[in-house]
Ligand binder design. Structure first.
Ligand SMILES: *[C@@H]1O[C@H](CO)[C@@H](O)[C@H](O)[C@H]1NC(C)=O
Ligand SMILES: *[C@@H]1O[C@H](CO)[C@@H](O)[C@H](O)[C@H]1NC(C)=O
Ligand SMILES: *[C@@H]1O[C@H](CO)[C@@H](O)[C@H](O)[C@H]1NC(C)=O
Ligand SMILES: *[C@@H]1O[C@H](CO)[C@@H](O)[C@H](O)[C@H]1NC(C)=O
Ligand SMILES: *[C@@H]1O[C@H](CO)[C@@H](O)[C@H](O)[C@H]1NC(C)=O
Ligand SMILES: *[C@@H]1O[C@H](CO)[C@@H](O)[C@H](O)[C@H]1NC(C)=O
Ligand SMILES: *[C@@H]1O[C@H](CO)[C@@H](O)[C@H](O)[C@H]1NC(C)=O
Ligand SMILES: *[C@@H]1O[C@H](CO)[C@@H](O)[C@H](O)[C@H]1NC(C)=O
Ligand SMILES: *[C@@H]1O[C@H](CO)[C@@H](O)[C@H](O)[C@H]1NC(C)=O
Ligand SMILES: *[C@@H]1O[C@H](CO)[C@@H](O)[C@H](O)[C@H]1NC(C)=O
Ligand SMILES: *[C@@H]1O[C@H](CO)[C@@H](O)[C@H](O)[C@H]1NC(C)=O
Ligand SMILES: *[C@@H]1O[C@H](CO)[C@@H](O)[C@H](O)[C@H]1NC(C)=O
Length: 339
């Protein structure tokens, strides 16, 4: 490597660093808007794939609109309303319960829980309980007694009461409740709550199990979003392609803010240095071939001066990829000095 290349490398490393630390002023408005998480009811810091309130639709997945008008967020899945009591964006799981069963085992209409398996599935620790309505009172022999699994629903419209039975597992082979009840409804609950109910059959524990919710795992282009975020982007959705989109400071991209980052994510586990190395080879290759800069750096010339000027005034460098780019800069400088 000739000595004349050293100032060039230093120059480029400064540019890369300053680009990485660039202020969000002038960043794509969708990138800026989608960087904001939102508060919905009593849950704060909600991000992709959810949207609603002041978080625009393109920042989330169409199926993940949250209704924030109440104290607890609500989500609509296959025309059924669910109260969202917890969102875990590390495990992609929701803790939710059916809105029509909130605080009651006597809903106005008898509807089974339906699930959109294209985007959701129950977690391993979720199981069904079975609620039977409009039953003829019967004698059920111990250890399970008719009394222990019985509940009463009052119909406020006509003033009548109906008898119901609940079971935590399918007892049809020993006790065919379908034969004595007009209808039944399947409600998912956490396994632990179902077991507790089983160990102590009571309507208050039944209510506790239902209100305790159940676990639901979501899939809204999860891995695509991970790659996008890793590359410094914000996840979103393009309604016209009906597909994932990655909003970057310099605009929208189909998957990540830089194609090479995808290569890294597929090849390595979680090592920023590797990506930095990718950039190293990428830039050296570009320099050797004498061609121009790749897309992300197209706007560079107009910004070089102001960024260089800002460098000294901007020591904080708060954002994610900055350190990765700085590592790269250090590698570049180290190579330049070594040669
Ligand atoms: C994920 O959850 C954490 C903790 O609630 C929150 O700080 C963060 O903003 C969330 N991120 C996204 C992208 O939703
Ligand atoms: C998105 O960002 C633009 C520009 O910052 C702003 O004018 C607009 O109100 C934002 N949209 C939403 C829905 O927050
Ligand atoms: C939002 O939730 C409220 C109750 O919290 C409900 O009255 C309203 O109908 C819901 N809106 C939609 C669009 O589902
Ligand atoms: C309550 O009674 C009304 C009027 O008879 C009936 O239409 C409705 O289906 C009943 N509700 C339930 C939950 O059984
Ligand atoms: C709920 O599903 C069960 C099992 O598939 C079925 O037997 C029952 O009739 C369904 N109940 C309603 C109200 O549709
Ligand atoms: C949902 O998860 C269960 C395991 O919890 C699995 O057996 C089932 O195949 C999954 N269903 C879909 C549609 O992914
Ligand atoms: C319960 O078991 C019976 C057979 O014992 C079966 O016919 C029925 O479909 C099962 N019901 C549910 C909801 O799994
Ligand atoms: C339970 O009762 C229903 C209604 O009488 C009947 O259709 C069904 O075959 C019975 N199931 C079993 C397992 O006996
Ligand atoms: C069973 O549950 C009821 C209501 O939750 C409670 O009052 C009672 O002490 C429990 N009994 C046992 C043996 O745990
Ligand atoms: C689910 O939410 C309910 C109600 O807030 C809470 O009591 C329960 O501990 C939560 N369960 C899990 C597994 O997060
Ligand atoms: C998630 O959904 C995508 C399609 O949108 C599918 O290709 C992928 O296999 C799904 N992943 C899981 C774990 O279900
Ligand atoms: C969404 O997809 C359409 C069709 O491919 C494309 O024209 C449009 O530019 C995309 N939107 C964004 C924000 O990239």
């Amino acid at each position: 490597m000739s000595s004349s290349i050293i100032p060039a490398l230093l120059f480029f490393s400064i540019i890369i660093t300053s680009l990485a630390d660039e202020s969000p002023i002038g960043a794509d408005y969708r990138y800026s808007n989608c960087s904001q998480t939102f508060q919905c009811g009593n849950i704060a810091n909600i991000g992709y794939p959810f949207w609603g309130q002041n978080r625009p639709e393109y920042c989330g997945h169409p199926k993940f609109l949250l209704n924030c008008s109440g104290q607890t967020p609500e989500i609509n899945i296959l025309s059924q309303q669910f109260r969202v009591m917890g969102i875990n964006n590390m495990t992609y799981t929701l803790n939710l319960t059916r809105s029509d069963y909130w605080g009651t085992y006597c809903p106005n209409d008898y509807e089974n829980t339906t699930m959109d398996y294209d985007f959701f599935n129950y977690t391993q620790n979720t199981q069904n309980i079975f609620l039977y309505y409009d039953c003829q009172p019967v004698y059920i022999s111990p250890p399970i007694t008719s009394q222990s699994i019985e509940f009463i629903c009052d119909n406020t419209t006509n003033g009548n009461s109906i008898t119901g039975y609940y079971v935590t597992r399918n007892l049809t082979s020993v006790l065919n409740l379908s034969a004595i009840c007009a209808t039944n409804v399947i409600v998912p609950v956490y396994q632990g709550n179902a077991q507790y109910l089983e160990s102590n059959l009571s309507t208050s524990n039944l209510l506790g199990a239902i209100d305790g919710g159940f676990g639901l795992k979501w899939n809204a282009s999860n891995s695509e979003c991970e790659n996008c975020v890793w590359s410094g982007g914000q996840c979103g959705f393009n309604k016209s392609t009906n597909g994932f989109i990655c909003f970057c400071e310099n605009g929208a991209h189909p998957s990540t803010c830089h194609p090479l980052i995808t290569a890294r994510v597929k090849t390595f586990d979680d090592d920023r240095l590797s990506a930095s190395s990718c950039y190293l080879f990428f830039i050296l290759a570009r320099m050797n071939s004498g061609s121009g800069w790749a897309e992300p750096n197209k706007r560079m010339p107009s910004q070089v001066e102001s960024n260089l000027g800002l460098m000294g005034l901007n020591p904080a460098r708060p954002r994610g990829l900055g350190s990765g780019y700085r590592t790269f800069s250090i590698i570049l400088i180290a190579i330049a000095i070594n040669k």
